[in-house]
Design a protein around this ligand. Structure first.
Ligand SMILES: Nc1ncnc2c1ncn2[C@@H]1O[C@H](COP(=O)(O)OP(=O)(O)OP(=O)(O)O)[C@@H](O)[C@H]1O
Ligand SMILES: [Mg+2]
Length: 406
């Protein structure tokens, strides 16, 4: 069988990778050394025309299955790595068959959990990291996806303002159903519990865990958070007709978690003044989509909310209330966002992703202005942030490629 690449590979140069060589033995000059999680299969990162791809060597059946799962998840708007193609029919120089390969896009600015934990992670930062994993699992389940192998090493984390956003990276064991069953859900949570407990023990053994963190308690906590969120999203409330503020509070809680309540299903209980209320369409990423539409910036949910708030403030400060929203967004990008990001000297730009950078500058401005007793302004805050904070940060961008800086 000849070499075959199936999928949507945007780049033909992918075909020129040394597919006749086992991935383990690929020449260094083809590869990019990036942090990655523990895995059974060989996974390597390759750079082609300025893009970075993750390549996983795996049997054909699994490669195809995972490819399909990742594609489906992307259609459901669940955060997961993007599948690019499956390479089959590989043979080595002597004609011996080689395993297939799954190509995904490398998730920029993502961190495997070991990298997040290296350097002592404060317990409350860890809580937010685990929260992100709970939210991911809920989103997967809402989409009808049974993961089968939820763990820290099968997840990638990206900073999202003060929190983290979690992405699924390994869909090998996944199944997509129209609706997930209670049994599947329970099983997924059990697996997550066991895996996370093990992974935390492992970190503890490597002295990477904060001494105050208890692996068992933490693993349990993440499951509790999952259950709380699931209940918040799916359970029906019974309220008196006069208790609308309760529903309101609930909607606000959901919004805070990044979910939208597009519709409410409300039924009157026959013969009573009581209503059965269930949030009907739940979806995450409202702010993200709005910001993307307005500015083309594709960022995480909390970052998007923050940027939209800034946009609103800009609008008010510049008396643009009656101006078309798209025009305001365009001006704000050109006059505020871009100049701020570009004020950072190029060698420091790889340290944080632009939306996160902007967010941290805003925080810095707030603190400095509080200390000064007056607003120090964005420009001054940017300079101060670069000199006092950014310089000391580790590089978060995993693209170590100088050619990409150009
Ligand atoms: N698209 C990607 N972007 C960034 N990192 C990636 C990507 N794909 C894989 N990785 C890294 O490679 C690691 C291993 O990938 P993956 O979990 O799919 O391998 P696996 O062998 O199937 O794992 P397991 O042992 O759980 O079966 C991930 O933890 C992640 O750090
Ligand atoms: Mg894995």
């Amino acid at each position: 069988m000849p070499l075959q690449m199936t999928g949507a590979p945007g780049d033909h140069a992918l075909l020129q990778l040394p597919w006749e060589v086992p991935l383990e033995e690929w020449p260094e000059n083809r590869l990019v050394p990036l942090p990655r999680g523990i895995s059974r299969h060989v996974v390597r990162f390759a750079r082609i025309s300025g893009r970075i791809y993750a390549i996983k060597e795996v049997g054909e059946r699994l490669a195809r299955h995972e490819y399909r799962m990742l594609r489906d998840l992307s259609r459901h708007d669940v955060p997961a790595v993007e599948a690019v193609a499956v390479v089959t029919g590989r043979t080595d120089a002597s004609g011996e068959p080689l395993d297939s390969a799954l190509i995904t896009e490398h998730l920029q600015f993502s961190l495997p959990y070991r990298a997040v934990f290296s350097g002592t992670l404060r317990p409350d930062t860890m809580t937010r990291l685990l929260d992100a994993l709970a939210v991911l699992l809920v989103r997967l389940h809402l989409a009808g996806f049974y993961w089968g192998d939820c763990s820290l090493s099968n997840t990638l984390f990206r900073r999202d303002a003060g929190a983290f956003a979690a992405y699924l990276v390994d869909a090998e064991t996944g199944e997509l159903h129209p609706l997930i069953s209670e049994g599947q859900r329970a099983h997924d949570i059990d697996v997550a519990h066991v895996n996370i407990f093990g992974e935390l023990l492992d970190l503890q053994a490597g002295e990477l865990l904060h001494p105050s963190v208890d692996p068992m308690e933490t693993a349990e906590e993440i499951c509790r958070r999952y259950h709380a969120l699931w209940a918040e999203l799916t359970q029906a409330d019974v309220v008196d007709e006069l208790e609308w503020h309760q529903i309101d509070a609930r909607i606000r809680r959901l919004n805070d978690l990044g979910f939208d309540v597009a519709e409410m299903l409300i039924r009157r209980k026959v013969g009573t003044g009581r209503l059965l209320v269930r949030p009907k369409v739940v979806d995450a990423g409202h702010h993200q989509r709005r910001l993307l539409r307005l500015t083309g910036l594709d960022v995480e949910e909390n970052q998007a909310r923050r940027l939209l708030n800034e946009l609103d403030a800009y609008r008010a400060a510049n008396r643009l209330r009656h101006e078309n929203e798209e025009i305001v967004a365009h001006r704000w990008l050109a006059e505020v966002f871009q100049p701020t990001v570009q004020a950072v000297p190029p060698p420091l730009r790889g340290k944080l992703e632009p939306a996160q950078l902007f967010h941290e500058i805003l925080d810095h401005r707030w603190f400095q202005s509080e200390a000064a007793g007056t607003d120090i302004g964005l420009e001054k805050a940017t300079r101060s942030y670069i000199d006092r904070v950014l310089i000391h940060k580790p590089d978060e961008r995993s693209l170590l490629a100088p050619e990409l800086e150009a």
